[in-house]
Every structure is written in structure tokens, then in C-alpha cells.
Design a protein around this ligand. Structure first.
Ligand SMILES: Nc1ncnc2c1ncn2[C@@H]1O[C@H](COP(=O)(O)OP(=O)(O)O)[C@@H](O)[C@H]1O
Ligand SMILES: [Mg+2]
Length: 255
């Protein structure tokens, strides 16, 4: 059975989307069958994997409001072994449209239940909020992976996020576990990055991935070419880091 990983942090700009795209591509490269689900109305995972979010018609939005089937919502093979349920700005309206829906915390889970077994990993990129979309991602997920940017305010908001994960676990998804923390945008030229890593480790009890994603300009460039890093610059430090992270994720055991 596959594992569903929600990539969440209500802070914007911490590397959720970069991690969704490149962890998925690295898992695909390692031979795993992957489905990426973009649940951010900004659609950056969608465009970063080469789809034009203004052109696509079958998105997560149509799926959530019940207009299309799961199979129709999936765009196949946007990278090696990687399929996607894309997103665009239409998704922004979904919270209001579904305000009276039954079981509205479980719409995504119900929608993808029939394709779950086709994949080794399902990676859900969350929006930068603790909204209904993020709750839907967490009820669908087996685990939550939290990217943390190596900057001064790294710990800010983290306890709120962990509290939300626990609340979802207690009330909606008892199986939910913490996948772990991934440090992103590590800058080896400054002491600050190192201090942040040490400081966060001191304050949390969650699993921390050994792989630290460096600040790497190629990772920032790749989305404008619509390619994951392993395709855009396969030998870059960023590509190597996401390969190592994928290996760790594959080997991570849960009881
Ligand atoms: N490791 C990295 N090195 C360099 N730039 C990065 C790295 N990770 C993310 N970025 C850049 O930082 C910005 C925010 O990253 P993003 O993944 O979009 O964050 P989020 O999805 O959490 O908002 C983007 O412009 C992205 O290209
Ligand atoms: Mg994002």
C-alpha cells in the first residue's frame, strides 16, 4: 500500500512547492510510481511540472466539486513516473462553494480513494494556510512533512502547525503521523543556517531528515522551465539533495 504525504507549513516561501516537485521527481526517478496533488490555488507545483495552469481544464477544483472523475483529473507522466492532479486560481473559491457540503473535511480523501492503490507515493502540496484545503490534505494523508526554511524566524508558527496536526489526528484521522521536518535553503556560508538547524532540533521531538536541502540557484530557476531539478540540472547540488531525501523517505519505517 502506498503512502500519502502532505507537505504542509502555513508559512509561505519555506520550500513546500519546491519540495513537492523535486521530492516527487526524485521518487519517480528511483522507480516509484508517484501522484502529486496540487492543493494551492497559486498552482506553482502545476506550472513547475510543465503544465500551463491557465490552459488546463481538469483540475483539483472540478474534482472537489464533483464535476469530473479522478481519472479525468489526473494528467499523466509530467515527469518520469509522476502523474499530477493540477490546480489553478479557480480553487480559491472552493472553500466558500463547499461550505455546506457533507463531510467537507474528507472530500479529497473520498475523491482519490479509488486511485490510491495505483501509486507508491502520493505527495500533496498544501497552500500557505491552515484552511479547509490543508485539513483535507491532512485527512487524506498518512503523514505530514514540514519544510522549514533556515532563517531567523524558523520556529515561528511551528507549534501552531504541530497543534493542528494533532487536532486532525485526534478528531478526523487517527492514523496521521509526522513524516518529519526537512530543512530547506540551507546557506553554508553563514552561521545562521547552522544555528537555526540546532535551535529547531533542540525544541522539537519530531523526526528530522538528515538530508538538508541547500540554497541552490538551480532549484529556483527550474520552475520557469517547467522542469523538476533532476531534469533541468541533474548534477546540481539541489538535484543530489532531493535524491538523498527521496532515499530517506523510501527507507523511513512507521510502526
Ligand atoms: N533550496 C532552494 N534554493 C534556492 N531557492 C529555493 C529553494 N527552495 C525554494 N526556493 C525558492 O524560494 C521561493 C519559495 O519556495 P516555494 O517552494 O515556492 O515555497 P512555498 O511553497 O512554501 O511557498 C521560490 O522562489 C523557490 O524557487
Ligand atoms: Mg507553494
Amino acid at each position: 500500500m502506498g503512502r500519502v504525504i502532505a507537505i504542509a507549513n502555513q508559512k509561505g516561501g519555506v520550500g513546500k512547492t519546491t519540495t513537492s516537485i523535486n521530492l516527487s521527481a526524485a521518487l519517480g526517478e528511483a522507480g516509484k510510481k508517484v501522484l502529486v496533488i496540487d492543493t494551492d490555488p497559486q498552482g506553482n507545483t502545476t506550472s513547475g511540472l510543465g503544465l500551463d495552469e491557465n490552459e488546463i481544464e481538469n483540475t483539483i477544483y472540478e474534482l472537489l466539486i464533483g464535476e469530473i472523475t479522478t481519472d479525468e483529473a489526473i494528467t499523466k507522466e509530467v515527469a518520469k513516473n509522476v502523474d499530477i492532479i493540477p490546480s489553478n486560481v479557480n480553487l480559491a473559491a472552493v472553500e466558500i462553494e463547499l461550505i455546506d457540503a457533507d463531510d467537507k473535511e474528507f472530500i479529497l480523501r473520498n475523491a482519490i480513494s479509488n486511485v490510491k492503490d495505483n501509486y507508491d507515493f502520493i505527495i500533496i502540496d498544501c497552500p500557505p494556510s491552515l484552511s479547509m484545503l490543508t485539513v483535507n490534505a491532512m485527512t487524506t494523508a498518512n503523514t505530514v512533512l514540514v519544510p522549514i526554511q533556515c532563517e531567523y524566524y524558523a520556529l515561528e508558527g511551528l507549534s501552531q502547525l504541530l497543534y493542528t496536526v494533532n487536532l486532525v489526528k485526534e478528531r478526523l484521522n487517527p492514523e496521521l503521523e509526522m513524516e518529519g521536518i526537512v530543512f530547506t535553503m540551507f546557506d553554508s556560508r553563514t552561521n545562521l543556517s547552522l544555528q537555526v538547524v540546532e535551535n529547531v532540533k533542540e525544541h522539537i521531538e519530531e523526526n528530522v531528515y538528515k538530508t538538508i536541502i541547500p540554497r541552490n540557484i538551480r532549484l529556483a530557476e527550474a520552475p520557469s522551465y517547467g522542469m523538476p531539478i533532476n531534469q533541468y540540472e541533474p548534477k546540481s547540488a539541489g538535484a543530489e539533495a532531493y535524491r538523498l531525501l527521496a532515499k530517506e523517505v523510501i527507507n523511513r519505517k512507521f510502526d
